[in-house]
Write a protein that binds this ligand. Structure first.
Ligand SMILES: O=C(O)CCC(=O)C(=O)O
Ligand SMILES: [Fe+2]
Length: 375
């Protein structure tokens, strides 16, 4: 097994992993909907041969952490008082927490990430690489933060290109261009490093939520935004200075998430052929000597990558259209019975119905122990 310090963030995935990913990217939805090899925690996870339930001692009162995040009672039910956690048998350290976030909390997290944190000029996005992004000054209802980009008053902003790109308006930025935003440590996707300058503070409420629920410190995050048709190719997240866990929280449309650990011996040409050309169980789920998992991630689910699974190859070959849950589809507009601030965002009603948002949180430095007991 490789040492963390030997792993290079610029390494390309072995061919066998890339071929497996491509199969999933090209697969008809009917094939993966019918595939018994996909881990889907909403469908009797306890019965699955691919998972085993584990006990997280830190969940003695998850509801307290969830309430603190929302600043009040959110009608947390029993499930959320003691969320269930499953470990993937083929990849020890890969944990799945189905629907760990209750619905109101999912909406609250979207508000914080996409109204408050996106309009904080300290947080970089992919749009900043090519454009000078202007911000609207704070308003009485924004608690000192710049006005949300979803607000009608922000629609007249012009986002000027730094290079030869054409100018961009706010709706086009939000609908099409915006693919990621960084929180805390501002990861540089091109250099695949964290800049040496001190990062902006990690948003405190999101930090408390993540650290309360998961065995890690929240020091840097990437918020990925996908539309159906967008993908994230196979990579490993090894730019952090330590091998502490990483947590990935999904909101909105469902996705297929692939994870694989390839032993050096697993990259031979014959494995690539079998991954690329057969439709047998191995061809879909990964060649026999790849330790792999295919997980259907839904809104409110979390995945924790720890232990050897922390440096597994992984990617998102598919975001599944028309799968955003009903309670979230109209975001950022308020629901029919709600009044108040949501109505400001009426012009973007239904924006979230065509999006998947993934909050991917990493610990960059300090060491803490992971406490997971077998059941
Ligand atoms: O969108 C996801 O589920 C995964 C994102 C990811 O792997 C990353 O941000 O490094
Ligand atoms: Fe990743």
């Amino acid at each position: 097994m490789s040492e963390w310090k030997d792993l290079d963030a610029h390494d390309k995935a072995p061919d066998v992993v890339k071929a497996w990913y491509k199969r999933w990217q090209r697969m008809e939805s009917s094939a993966f909907n019918a595939s018994s090899g996909v881990i889907d925690c909403r469908n009797d996870p306890g019965e699955s041969q691919m998972l085993r339930e584990v006990i997280e001692s830190r969940f003695h009162d998850a509801s307290k952490i969830l309430r603190e995040f929302m600043g009040g009672d959110i009608g947390v039910d029993d499930h959320h008082t003691t969320p269930r956690v499953f470990e993937v048998n083929s990849l020890p350290g890969l944990l799945v927490y189905p629907s760990i976030l209750p619905e109101p909390l999912q909406l609250g997290l979207l508000d914080k990430l996409l109204h408050r944190d996106l309009s904080d000029p300290q947080h970089q996005t992919n749009v900043h690489l090519h454009y000078d992004v202007p911000y609207c000054p704070p308003q009485p209802h924004t608690e000192g933060h710049s006005l949300s980009f979803f607000d009608p008053a922000a629609q007249s902003l012009t986002i000027k290109p730094k290079t030869s790109h054409g100018a961009l308006d706010v709706p086009r930025m939000l609908d099409k261009k915006l693919r990621w935003m960084t929180l805390g440590g501002q990861y540089d996707w091109t250099a695949k490093t964290y800049p040496p300058t001190p990062p902006p503070p990690f948003p405190e409420d999101v930090k408390n939520l993540v650290e309360g629920l998961f065995p890690m410190e929240a020091e840097a995050a990437i918020v990925n935004l996908y539309s159906p048709g967008d993908t994230l190719s196979v990579h490993r997240d090894v730019s952090e200075a330590c091998a502490q866990p990483l947590v990935s929280i999904s909101l909105g449309c469902e996705a297929i998430f692939l994870v694989a650990l390839a032993d050096d011996a697993a990259s031979s040409a014959s494995d690539v052929d079998s991954a690329a050309t057969t439709s047998n169980k191995d061809g879909i789920n990964g060649p026999g000597n790849l330790r792999s998992a295919v997980i259907r991630l839904r809104s409110g689910d979390a995945v924790l990558m720890s232990g050897s699974a922390r440096y597994a190859w992984h990617g998102v070959p598919r975001v599944i259209a028309d799968t955003c849950p009903g309670f979230m589809r109209s975001w950022p507009a308020a629901g029919a019975s709600e009044g108040g601030v949501g109505n400001r965002y009426e012009g973007y009603r239904g924006w979230m119905a065509g999006k998947r948002v993934n909050l991917n949180v990493r610990q960059m430095f300090a060491d803490i122990a992971v406490e997971v007991e077998g059941q």
